[in-house]
Design a binder for this molecule. Structure first.
Ligand code: NAD
Length: 368
């Protein structure tokens, strides 16, 4: 297994799971549980690496802490094709092998869904992101993360003097997060001018019809099947003239090679770690405001935590708006006061909370 860096807060546990009978190969990283048991997605992909899982687990620690949730951070990665036959058997095997990691509450992520969480919960009695019929809050169906991104846009837009009414938005990755972000931001008056998925980019300076695009995706199509607009290669989304860019696909999509092409004034990180550190610094030097993932895309996590507490969808939406707007303002104020980036300000705030909890807790005691 490649070296996973350790620092003063974690990871607390790194587990490699191998089951020779089913061929299951998985990694679980429990980063930190000082604030409470860790909620974190199970990513199922042939490309997921232990280092990626560790980075995502840390992002969950920061996201929970900054959101003021009583949860730590963890993540799991199952290495393999998520569309392979026998997925139910793999889910049960995965759950059995991780049953003893009681401080980890699994949730859905890329390659896993509500059904997968049901299989895990059947085995170990805990998981979030289960279907509504089993008491879950289906966060992708409800658009929790996209709703949070729109709430974040209200505060971040005001910070840079950008009224949302008429603001032009580009969404990279028109999946669960991207679609909901486009929909909720349109309700605030923005115009979606570009959207992309794994087939390409659709661009129309006059605005795209969000409802039509959502319908095309629901029917299994691609954004490039949209009736009007110009079809461009995937990568060109970053160079489209927009005020707000929402990267909502995969990690590290904005890096040193394309950062200079980005034209937006505001970037809301819908995906986890979609911008490399180097590119974030380059954007800051150009005066582009970047709201980091653990603030901007915390809506899904907040809804998962509300599901775990058996709250309603309405209560969850109210909590997402309140927490994300409060946290966005807090990090922006601190960033200005201390002359640091919003990411640094957020990390400082989150780490203070984690360290305070570590100092007063005996972390050798297991979660019950
Ligand atoms: P999804 O699979 O529903 O959507 C991803 C979309 O990105 C798809 O439309 C896919 O076609 C597109 N895509 C993939 N590669 C692309 C590329 N190179 N260029 C353009 N589009 C590309 O996934 P999702 O649930 O929307 O999650 C998106 C990202 O947000 C992931 O990184 C996930 O970890 C993160 N995230 C999700 C949530 C959530 O609530 N679902 C919460 C926080 C963070």
């Amino acid at each position: 297994m490649p070296e996973i860096p350790l620092d003063s807060i974690g990871p607390a546990k790194i587990l490699q799971l191998n089951d020779v009978q089913t061929g299951l190969r998985a990694v679980i990283v429990v980063d930190n549980v000082a604030l409470g048991p860790a909620i974190g997605g199970v990513r199922f992909s042939p490309h997921v690496t232990p280092l990626e899982v560790a980075r995502l687990a840390r992002a969950m620690t920061l996201k929970s802490a900054i959101a003021g949730l009583d949860h730590g951070g963890a993540k799991a990665g199952i290495i393999g094709d998520p569309n392979q036959p026998g997925k139910q058997h793999l889910a049960h095997t995965f759950a059995r092998l991780m049953a003893g990691v009681t401080e980890y509450i699994p949730g859905p992520d890329m390659g896993t869904d509500e059904q997968f969480m049901v299989w895990i919960r059947e085995e170990i009695g805990r998981a979030c992101g289960v279907p509504a019929s089993l008491g879950g809050l289906p966060l992708d169906e409800l658009g929790a993360t996209g709703f949070g991104l729109a709430a974040c846009a209200e505060v971040a837009g005001a910070e840079i003097g950008l009224p949302l009414a008429g603001a032009r938005v580009a969404v990279q990755g028109f999946g669960n997060v991207g679609r909901a972000a486009a929909r909720f931001m349109a309700e605030l008056g923005t115009a979606l001018v570009a959207a992309s998925d794994s087939h390409g980019t659709i661009h129309s300076p006059g605005g795209l019809d969000v409802g039509e695009l959502v319908a095309i995706k629901r029917q299994g199509g691609s954004v490039v099947d949209y009736s009007a607009g110009t079809v461009l290669p995937q990568e060109k989304i970053f160079a489209c003239d927009a005020d707000i860019l929402v990267p909502a696909a995969t990690p590290d999509v904005i890096d040193r090679n394309n950062v200079e092409t980005v034209r937006a004034k505001l970037i809301l990180q819908g995906a986890n770690i979609p911008v490399t550190r180097e590119a974030e610094e380059a954007l800051a030097r150009r005066g582009v405001l970047v709201i980091p993932d653990f603030i901007a895309n915390a809506g899904g996590l907040i809804m998962a935590a509300m599901e775990y507490r058996k709250k309603s969808a309405m209560e969850a939406f109210a909590m997402i708006r309140e927490k994300i707007q409060e946290n966005t303002s807090r990090i922006l104020q601190r960033a200005k006061r201390e002359g640091v980036s919003p990411r640094q300000a957020g990390e400082q705030l989150a780490l203070e909370r984690v360290r305070e909890a570590m100092a007063i807790r005996d972390l050798s005691r297991p979660w019950r």
